[in-house]
Each structure stands twice: as structure tokens, then as C-alpha cells.
Design a protein around this ligand. Structure first.
Ligand code: GDP
Length: 295
């Protein structure tokens, strides 16, 4: 993952890494290269520009050129800024509420159902959690079946009501079912469309309002680059969600979405999906991701 960006940034920073003493020209040229590497990785233009400006200001403030190892200091500044850009600290899921209600949102194919299963499995493995998955896609019976398959696989109960066409009613009934059966986490998988549309936004917003989840997560396919950022913005405008799940990072060689999303919607990326299997889930650590990107 991120090989491309990583290689490019590494190349851009190479001059600095290798030099005992660097000049203002070196720094300016390197920052230009860093900016180019970010743009090539599908990072939004303004974000890339602001990023290099911040690095430059910090470098000037610290009098980088007069320090003993200016190159290393520059690399550290770039890493710190990159970490900050992706969220700074790690942010967990709000597990308050009995049960904790987690609402999943996102486009069809983003990996919502798969991630719902991964999250249920992740929480189940914590021993103190007994999750329930709720299938709220009233348009695609296959999506409901898929959630049952996932539930069977990880041995987590799934609530569904195939004849029911009211997703709000299903979500509420699912929560009641959880309370009756001692589930302390309810993960609600919702329907998605292939593109953002008014009907879908209205539906998810109705569910959100009716069940008042502790945590609303927006799932997005990292491979969709700039589109991922636009979709995140559209969902955030309606749901004011709490966190982002970036899926399919195993297939992404650009990584621009990870870098842009936090800046655009100002919401943390909380987990990443790194494969199709139920175990392919990782907490998102901004500093680790920055390390990975910088190589
Ligand atoms: P939904 O329509 O949003 O519920 O999306 P699904 O959960 O059905 O996922 C769509 C496709 O993406 C499926 O084929 C999944 O196996 C695949 N998928 C989901 N998450 C990941 C991931 O992190 N990495 C990879 N490579 N594939 C994924």
C-alpha cells in the first residue's frame, strides 16, 4: 500500500536525508517535490499546498538551516505534519450507551457489510462485548443474506425482517431485540446506492434521527481517491458522522483519500479495512500511516 507515494516522498526527501548541510534552495526544491508527490497521490490541491506551506513555516521557525542535522529535522517536520493532517491522535469508538448503537453509512460496494462483520468480530474478541448485527437494507434481499453469511462466519447474531420495507422500524426492532437478548452493542448495516442521492440521504438521516446512535461511521472505498472525499462531504453534511472507515487499503497504491479526508470533513479515520477476510481490520494510527507513507 502507498508504494507510489512512499517512493516519491522518499525521493523528494532523499536530498535532505543525505546532506549534512542543506541550502534554502534544497529545501524549496524538496518541498516542491513533496507537493508534487502528494498531488500525484490524489491529495486535494489546496491541502497539498497548505501542507507544504506549513512545513516551510515550521522549518523557518526552527531555523532548520542552522541546526546540526537540518535534513533529519526537515524529515521529522514533514512526518509530524503528515501525522497531524491525518488526525494526530488515535480516536476510538464511543462505547457509551446500553446497548451501544453503531450506525454504518456509505455507498453500495464501499464495504459496509464486510466492515460491519469485521467490527462485530473485533468487538466480540474483546470478550466483554456481545454484538448484534442488524440488516436494514430493504432493497436488496441479497444484502440481508450477505450479512447472515457474515454473522454465521464470525458467530455473531444477526437480526433481520425480510418482509418489512421500513428501515426505521427494522432498526428499532433490532435494538429492542438486542436489549431482550443481552447484546451490549448493536451494529446497524444500512442500504447504500451507487451514487449519493436524495432518497438515500433522507432514509439514512431518518434512521439516524430515530435511533440516535452513539457512533455513526461512514465507510468509504480508499481506491476511489478524490471521489471518496466528495462522498464523505455529502454524507457528513447530512449525518455529521463521528468517524471514517477507509476500506480496501490493501489495494490502494495512492493513499490520497487518507490524507485529504480528515482535512475536508474534520472527522477522524478510525479503522481501516485491509482485505476481504473478517480479520482484515486495523485501528487507524496516523503516525504509523505517516511512517508508512514516508518509507
Ligand atoms: P457494501 O455494499 O458497502 O455493503 O459492500 P460489501 O461489504 O458488500 O463489499 C463490497 C466488496 O468489497 C466485497 O466484494 C468485499 O469483499 C470487498 N471488500 C470489502 N472490504 C474490503 C477490503 O478492505 N479490502 C478488499 N480488498 N476488499 C474489500
Amino acid at each position: 500500500m502507498f508504494n507510489n507515494l512512499s517512493e516519491k516522498l522518499d525521493k523528494a526527501l532523499h536530498v535532505l536525508k543525505g546532506h549534512g548541510s542543506i541550502t534554502e534552495v534544497n529545501v524549496a526544491e524538496t518541498l516542491k517535490e513533496v507537493r508534487r508527490a502528494l498531488l500525484d497521490a490524489d491529495v486535494n490541491f489546496k491541502i497539498a499546498k497548505d501542507f507544504t506551506n506549513r512545513v516551510k513555516e515550521k522549518a523557518l521557525g526552527l531555523n532548520v538551516l542552522t541546526t546540526l542535522q537540518p535534513g533529519q529535522l526537515m524529515v521529522k517536520i514533514v512526518k509530524d505534519e503528515l501525522t497531524e493532517l491525518m488526525g494526530g491522535d488515535v480516536e476510538g469508538i464511543n462505547m457509551s450507551g446500553t446497548p451501544t448503537i453503531i450506525l454504518m453509512s456509505g455507498l453500495q460496494g464501499s464495504g459496509k457489510t464486510t466492515f460491519s462483520g469485521k467490527l462485530a468480530n473485533f468487538l466480540k474478541n474483546k470478550k466483554t462485548k456481545k454484538p448484534l448485527l442488524v440488516a436494514c437494507d430493504v432493497y436488496r434481499p441479497a444484502a440481508v443474506d450477505q450479512l447472515h453469511v457474515v454473522g454465521d462466519q464470525i458467530k455473531v447474531d444477526v437480526y433481520s425482517d425480510k418482509g418489512n420495507t421500513d428501515p426505521v422500524a427494522i432498526a428499532k426492532a433490532g435494538i429492542a431485540h438486542a436489549k431482550q437478548n443481552g447484546h451490549n452493542v448493536v451494529i446497524i448495516d444500512t442500504a447504500g446506492r451507487l451514487a449519493v442521492d436524495e432518497a438515500m440521504m433522507k432514509e439514512i438521516s431518518n434512521i439516524h434521527e430515530a435511533i440516535q446512535p452513539q457512533e455513526t461511521l461512514f465507510v468509504v472505498d480508499a481506491m476511489t481517491g478524490q471521489d471518496a472525499v466528495n462522498t464523505a462531504k455529502a454524507f457528513n453534511d447530512v449525518l455529521n458522522f463521528d468517524g471514517v472507515i477507509l476500506t480496501k487499503l490493501d489495494g490502494d497504491t495512492r493513499g490520497g483519500a487518507a490524507i485529504s479526508i480528515k482535512s475536508v470533513v474534520n472527522k477522524p479515520i478510525k479503522f481501516i479495512g485491509t482485505g476481504e477476510k473478517m480479520e482484515a481490520i486495523d485501528i487507524f494510527y496516523p503516525s504509523r500511516m505517516a511512517d508508512r507513507i514516508l518509507g
